[in-house]
Ligand binder design. Structure first.
Ligand SMILES: [Zn+2]
Length: 64
């Protein structure tokens, strides 16, 4: 079982920093989770860089 990785993102709506847990098995996927501050749906896109490190980018639902 792969370990969840804690990462910090900035909400595309309100700009607040939020800690989220990302499953390394979700690389290449995207999912929606509501912002803990403004409750708007944030689109998380999970990817990996050339070094195999987990990258998380976020978008507003309108951009997705
Ligand atoms: Zn927010």
């Amino acid at each position: 079982m792969e370990e969840l990785k804690e990462t910090e993102i900035s909400c595309p709506y309100c700009g607040e920093f939020i800690s989220v847990l990302v499953d390394p098995g979700e690389v290449g996927q995207q999912y929606i989770e509501d912002c803990q501050v403004c409750c708007k749906p944030i689109v998380f896109v999970i990817s990996e860089d050339a070094m195999g490190r987990l990258l998380v980018s976020v978008q507003s639902e309108d951009d997705a």
